[in-house]
Structure formats: C-alpha cells, structure tokens
Unconditional design. Structure first.
Length: 513
C-alpha cells in the first residue's frame, strides 16, 4: 500500500484504488433516489446515527469524499453545511469537520429512548387498513426505459397543443393565486361546468350541487367504499375488472363477488342478491370493451332499486367512442337515484392532473363533502379553475374532437395490422370505444403467451397480459390488453409486423400447452 494512494482520516486508512471499500467501510451508500445532495445527506446522516461515524470522529476531507463518491465538491460542501446547521457535524477551524458530540438526537431524546431500535427499522403493528393495503403493493415505477413500441394501457398521448393551452391558462389563473382553504365539494365554477358537460355529452341528469370534485376517480372510489361499506359487506364487481376499484373496495374490508361480463357487458341476471353495491363500467367495460346494452341498463337499475343497493358507474373513457351511437349513462336513466356516477379527466386530459368527480344522489352530498374535507380538505384550486375555463370556452371539446380523430386512426391501424398479420387467429374485442383493445391470439396458451410477451420485449415491443385483471388470474383466458394511445399508426404497423414474425419463428405453440 502506497502512501499516495490513501485517503486519510483519523481513524481509517483505505487504499484509494479500492474506493468502493471506503464507502462500504463508512456505511455510505447512495440510494439512487432523488437529487445527489439529498442522497449524500441521507447516507451521511444514516452513517452517523448508525454509529459507523462515531461522535467526535473526523470526516474525510470534502475533496477526497467528492472524488471517492464521484460527486462534485460543491455537492459535498452543501451537505456538510446542512448537517452542520442541523447539529450533526461541527467544524474546527483549520482541522477539518467532525461528527458532533453530543449528537442532536442525544440532546433531544429522553435517556430511555436512546438505546431503543430506530422506528424506521422496527416493524409497526399495522392497522387492518394497512394489512389490506399491503396485500397489493402499487406497481413500482418503471426502472428501465419503456420498450420502443409500448402497448401499455393507461397512458395517453401528450398533445403539445393541449399542454400549451393548459400552461397559458395556469399562468392566467395564477394571477389571482388562490391561497385560502376552499369548498371541499370543489370549485363552484368547475362543478357547474361539469354538470353542463355531463348533461350534454353523457346524458347525465344532475345539478352542480350533486357534484364533488375529487383527486381522480380513484379518490371517488375510495370515498364511496369507505362511506358506503362496512367490513364484510358484499360488493359485486365486474370480472375481469378494474384493479383501482377492486382495491378501493378491498381496502374498505368488503367481500368481493365476481360478476360475469359478456359481449353485452355486465351480466345483470347473475348479480348476487346479497351485494350492497355493484361496480360497473357500462360505456366501455374495462377491460373487455363491451358496451352495456340498454336492456341491461334498465335491468341493473331495477336490480338496485329492488335490493336498495348502490350502482357505482365508472365512466372512465366514454368520450372516446368510434362506432355506434353513444349510450346514455346509467345515471341519466336512474329516476330513484341509486347511481353514483364517477368521472375522470385522466383519459381526456392527462392523468397527472388528478382531476375527477362523482355525481351523487342528493342525500349523500353532505357526508361526501365532510369526508373529502377530513381526508384531504379539497382538490387543488388552481387546476380546478383552469379546467373550468377549459370546459366553459369550448377548448375542452375541441381537444376531444382532435384526440378522437387521432385515436381513431391508431385504433384502426392496430385492428388492420392484427387482421393482416394474424387473420382469424386474432380475436379482437372492445373496438367501439376507449384507448385499448383486448386481443386473444388463438395460437397461444397462457404459457405460450407469457413466452411471446418475453420474446416481444426483447424486440422492443411492450405487451401486457390481461390476466391480472381477473379475480382468479390463473383461470384467465390468455389475452392481451393492448393500449394504442401513445403509438403512431406507422409504429403500430411495424410493431405488429415484428410481433407476427416472433410468433411464427420463435414461440408459436399449440393452444392448451
Ligand atoms: C376503469 C378505469 N377507471 C378509472 C381510471 C382512471 O383513474 P384515475 O381517475 O384515478 O386516474 C382508469 C384508468 O386507467 C380506468 O381504467
């Protein structure tokens, strides 16, 4: 070991050639999350609190640490300053930086708590709600880049003109920045604009007074579940169906009862008599794409009326309809008021806006408003005002017309390409509306489809099985859920051409295998 290759501190001498050992020795690990200075801050603070850097010990020089961790020296200086300001480090003029003694935690914590294991590492006693939540952790954010041709469902095409308009209006609305708490039911202008919009475009019957603005439809589903269900209550839910709804009901402790769907949508005749609530997506069943027939809509209302049950109608993408006449929302046909209509702007604007709403029977309004207030007060006001402006001056419907045309071309491109390359072997459903198709490639069993998905990924094609959307995924038919919103028609054609070649040359297998 040569002297020149040492990073020196009072208590360690480690060869610079083996720099990873320096950070390992100190327990310094950057976790890769967020800004570098935050990562280093967390790592150093942890090293101090865990005792890897003991009280009074000297830290390596900032220059050496920066080199070791491949950070800029300014980043290290910034973090040292922060930790010094918080009392974890102390500088001695001319002799470097030391871990403070005593540490701030030691000064603040009572004697008895000093040796207790840190709460961050001890497993808490979780509530029932937490147990429900932990059963289905959310999908992790993508760790790798999206495949070149990604048929992921749930994304929308980020249209530059929409974003420009949104930015402009945000700027304008921000001239009178709302700073105080606001009405939990939502901005009055937006509620009125939504009431007008759903009346003219979705056939709903409602006043602004029946609307509560929520953070996306997910919050509406969560509040519905918490306010109308007790643990053990039965909920009929479309199978296959939407995981956001499934989890909202499970988290409230509900018992789920699968309700079958066919080409006419939810099979109302088979609804269990004991369900207190039924969740359905009548305008475009998720994920099969079936449209609930008028006959069944009326039967559903009768079922709910006879059993004093509630209908939760999730109209998540009813605006994108390409064939046939739009069918009136169940809410619009509902005279006795058994329907809670859930709407979202995630598909028609963009999901990060987190803007949705629920249209409630009058009798529920005050309790929903109270629940909204006690859970998150209200949805951010500025965005609500921008949306109201959007709806009022017609820009929203212009945007919808543009997007409907664009998505229609993509939908046709996908259907045509599947027909061309797979012919009768591709069974396609859900073509009338929405932003995805359900596709069964008849040559593939469940195992074969998995292999096809893996092989396609190697070629830069993102394919997704519909199986997780079934209450018993292992019994699901081997189908793909193909979102086409983000791909141009030429990309779709290319991707399906590549896909067809994989099927033939690499993974084709006989059905049933
Ligand atoms: C059936 C269904 N409902 C609602 C949504 C939208 O949820 P949110 O409004 O919470 O973004 C989606 C989005 O993927 C969906 O598939």
């Amino acid at each position: 070991m040569q002297n020149g290759s040492l990073i020196r501190a009072n208590f360690y001498h480690i060869p610079r050639a083996n720099l990873e050992t320096v950070t390992d020795y100190l327990g310094l690990r950057l976790d890769g999350e967020g800004a570098l200075h935050r990562q280093l801050y967390r790592a150093l603070r942890h090293a101090i609190l865990a005792g890897h850097l003991s009280e009074g010990s000297r830290l390596p020089a900032t220059r050496a640490l920066a080199r070791d961790l491949r950070l800029s020296r300014n980043t290290v200086l910034l973090v040292f300053e922060q930790l010094t300001a918080e009392g974890y480090l102390a500088g001695r003029t001319g002799s470097g930086t030391y871990v403070a003694s005593p540490l701030p935690e030691a000064m603040l914590a009572p004697e008895a708590l000093r040796d207790a294991p840190p709460a961050a590492t001890a497993e808490p006693r979780w509530s029932r709600f937490a147990h429900c939540i932990r059963r289905y952790p959310p999908a992790a954010p993508r760790s790798t880049a999206a495949p070149r041709y990604d048929f992921r469902y749930g994304a929308i095409d980020a249209e530059p003109r929409l974003l420009d308009e949104w930015r402009k209006r945000l700027g304008r609305a921000a001239q009178h920045y709302p700073v105080d708490y606001a009405d939990p039911r939502g901005d009055p202008g937006l509620r009125a604009a939504i009431a007008r919009y759903v009346s003219r475009s979705r056939g709903c019957h409602c006043t602004a007074g029946q609307i509560v603005v929520t953070s996306g439809s997910q919050q509406a589903l969560d509040l519905i579940a918490r306010l109308l269900l007790d643990a053990g209550d039965r909920v009929a839910i479309e199978n296959p169906g939407y995981l956001g709804a499934r989890n909202a009901f499970l988290n409230a402790g509900a018992e789920l009862m699968p309700a079958g769907v066919d080409t006419e949508g939810l099979i109302v005749d088979q609804l269990p008599a004991t369900a207190r609530l039924v969740y359905t997506t009548p305008s475009h069943q998720f994920p099969t794409g079936a449209v609930l027939s008028l006959r069944r809509r009326l039967a559903l209302l009768e079922w709910a009326q006879n059993r004093e049950a509630w209908i939760v109608e999730d109209d998540y993408d009813g605006e994108y309809r390409y064939e046939g006449r739009p069918v009136e929302a169940v809410q619009g046909l509902d005279r006795p008021g058994r329907t809670l209509y859930v709407g979202t702007f995630s598909k028609v604007l963009f999901p990060a806006a987190r803007l949705g709403y629920v249209i409630l029977p009058e009798s529920m309004l005050d309790t929903f408003a109270a629940a909204k207030w006690w859970t998150d007060r209200h949805t951010p006001v500025l965005e609500q005002r921008v949306l109201a402006d959007f709806l009022d001056d017609g820009e929203f419907e212009r945007h919808l017309r543009r997007m409907r045309k664009r998505y229609a071309l993509r939908r046709t491109a996908l259907i045509d390409a599947l027909r061309r390359h797979f012919g009768e072997k591709a069974e396609i459903t859900g073509t009338q509306a929405g932003l995805h198709l359900m596709v069964r490639l008849k040559d593939y069993s469940s195992g074969g489809l998995k292999r096809l998905i893996d092989a396609a990924r190697e070629k830069g094609i993102g394919l997704y099985s519909a199986a997780p959307l079934y209450l018993a995924p292992h019994e699901a038919p081997p189908c793909l859920l193909m979102g086409y919103a983000t791909l141009a028609p030429e990309e779709i054609q290319k991707a399906i051409e590549h896909l067809a070649s994989i099927r033939i040359s690499e993974t084709a297998d006989a059905a049933g295998g």
